[in-house]
Design a protein around this ligand. Sequence first.
Ligand code: F6R
Length: 606
Amino acid sequence: MCGIVGYIGNRDCTDVLIDALSKLEYRGYDSAGIAVFEKGTIKVEKCKGKLENLTNLMKIEGRPSGNCGIGHTRWATHGEPSDINSHPHGNKRVSIVHNGIIENYRELKEFLSKEGYAFESETDTEVVAKLLDYYYNNDPIDTIIKVLADIEGAYSLGIIFRDFPEHIYAVRKDSPLIVGLGEDENFIASDVPAILKYTRNYYLLNQDEICDITRTDVKICNVRRQTVKKEVQTANWDIDAAEKNGYEHFMLKEIHEQPSAVKMTVSPRIKNGLPDLSETGLTPEKLSAYNHIFIVACGTAMHAGMVGKYVIEKLARVGVTVDIASEFRYRDPLICENDLLVVISQSGETADTKAALELGKERGADTLAVVNVVGSSIAREADMVLYTNAGPEISVASTKAYSVQIAAMYLFAFELALVKEKISEDECREYVQALSDVPDLIEKTLETKELCQMAASKLLSSNSLLYIGRGLDYALSMEGSLKLKEISYIHSESYAAGELKHGTISLIEDQMPVIAVVTQKELLDKTVNNIKEVKSRHAMVVLVMSESVKIEDGVADFIIPIPETKEVLMPCIAAVPLQLIAYYTSVLKGNDVDQPRNLAKSVTVE
Ligand code: F6R
């Protein structure tokens, strides 16, 4: 969602802000703006649309020239995308950028209106700007503390005051913010890619910590004005990881990074041929004590959880409930001590997943976070963390994050099955070996690229299609369908193949595409029967199937054969053509693949 940046140093601030904002474009946004100190005044430039619109606007209005300022990309929540609603907000005395939602903005607006403030925008953010002005007493930290006492909700804020042109102030609660540490220059940003060109060192801010940043110093305190000491974090990936490196889109690059990403997730967790998750704090004693496992996440991460459920239940014989995070938090779930709550999140900042984690903790369950972004809120709040080590994922449509999430689920399932004595050590070694071989198989599966492109070309004229599969193939179909929807804007549904006859098959009409996934041989005949049912109603069937499967001619219109491994591991392989089909459909439709409409990479609001 919204991206925040700030810069103070010797460089041209406008250049740095625009460059840093461009590195946050992946988060999704619909307007952009900057505020820069210029000759003692705060100069603001902002407008609806992409950064290009902002740079064009500055060509007309003049670009602010200075060495200190803040910038923002806005993903609209309160008020449509418009010039007026764009950030920064404020007046001559104070200017702010905000990520998050101020929940009590209505009552604050009413209060401030009575105090004589007039509002221009429909945003919740403007209330914070006016409140800062209202409390302003020539002591920025004191002013900010007073505002924090009044506002409720989630926020990260970058703030500048006209009277303090050599300072940027920043604070966060439930929305991410880091402070980048350079030489004679410092930064604020929502995420590491924004600052990587300038520095790899940064501070992670905790809840309600307030920073006073100058070009040579960063002072941090809490709301009682007590000094907070921080450890410097160092980003362990370089700038190339956040660049396209010759690929047309980040999504394609990230699809190709899956072999190495899975390797990075799996290899460090194998000791003597067996899974070893001890680094997370998951001891055999703990594992053997869990009665039930809840897996909670959103979107693609939830689909990875679905794969986890099948595999854990099959191998470890422990009951697993998978929940959508936004439902879990409101359904009064039967989670308690002796249960394990696994939350899965690429960003580690998803508001609903974070709330689910908090609920699980409140109820006394142990919590394990499977997270990609190091130091993210969810990683910090969970009792135990399993980092997926995939490096930055920039494309909004998640691909490599999904693969590493399911790889993490396999490691967890193997270890649990071993501890619960449902598989022998030898069997466990076999599974681990097969998982270690998965990266090579993904590499081989990438060779289906052209077939996937051809399959994609057959979907272009459709308004709607179905994905079907059984068991693990159904879990995978859900992800295939989501991927297609989000970037091609073609409607699709995923169905358990056996469920079609209970209503959905009435949708099938001449040449409607049905993408069927068949990797589970035990279910082969049954799924093939379901495929025949749609085929005989003139559906156009694209079949993604294990290469050794033999099916009669005429069952499918188009077949994408994929390499094989143990059946439980097939989602790692079969995910690739589904991602590629979605990717090429989006490309062929001329869509913005990496930043699909209406979507944000990290959903930090409910
Ligand atoms: C889809 C996608 C989303 C995310 C979901 C959760 O491609 O990326 O469905 O999976 O918003 O995000 P994280 O994993 O950051 O919690």
